[in-house]
Write a protein that binds this ligand. Structure first.
Ligand SMILES: [Zn+2]
Ligand SMILES: [Zn+2]
Length: 159
């Protein structure tokens, strides 16, 4: 039997506001460990079938990268893992553009190429990245909810 899977790219993944910076470093991959992460991302790569889950291509011609997608409650200050997707290097860089831009180790060439590629892609589709919603959650109150447990920020107050 031949299974034909039609993969529909989801460029709207590129529009979601970045997760609150207080939660950088608080990841299911860190909490649940390497074995879980390797298996989870293996499934994400398999489901993606070699093309990016956001843009549908692999414009950077580099290995796909696994990315954790969250449902974020800006009212409760809560993150819940929604899914793990496989992204091309450009889309993944674009999604984390704030981190890349602020990093001293930023690969400028990759950053610029990613910004250009994804900005054009969204423009062509008539999509706009969403702004971070206004909220009143202090950084130390944010948490990730995973399997009924709460995980709070691991770092001091972010800059
Ligand atoms: Zn992509
Ligand atoms: Zn990511």
């Amino acid at each position: 039997m031949v299974t034909i899977r039609i993969r529909t790219p989801r460029p709207e993944l590129l529009c979601e506001p970045p997760k609150p910076s207080a939660m950088n470093g608080v990841n299911p991959r860190t909490i649940k460990g390497k074995e879980w992460w390797n298996e989870t991302r293996r499934q994400a790569y398999k489901a993606a079938g070699g093309t990016c889950s956001a843009c549908g291509y692999n414009p950077a011609s580099a290995p796909l990268e696994a990315h954790e997608v969250y449902d974020v409650s800006w009212v409760e200050g809560k993150l819940i893992l929604r899914e793990v997707v496989a992204l091309c290097q450009f889309c993944h860089t674009y999604i984390h553009r704030g981190i890349h831009r602020d990093s001293r180790h930023c690969n400028q060439k990759l950053y610029q190429a990613s910004m250009k590629y994804c900005t054009k892609l969204l423009e062509d589709l008539g999509l706009k990245p969403l702004r971070t919603p206004r909220h009143n959650i202090p950084w130390y109150s944010w948490y990730l909810e995973l399997e009924g447990k709460k995980y709070f920020p691991v770092h001091e107050e972010p800059r």
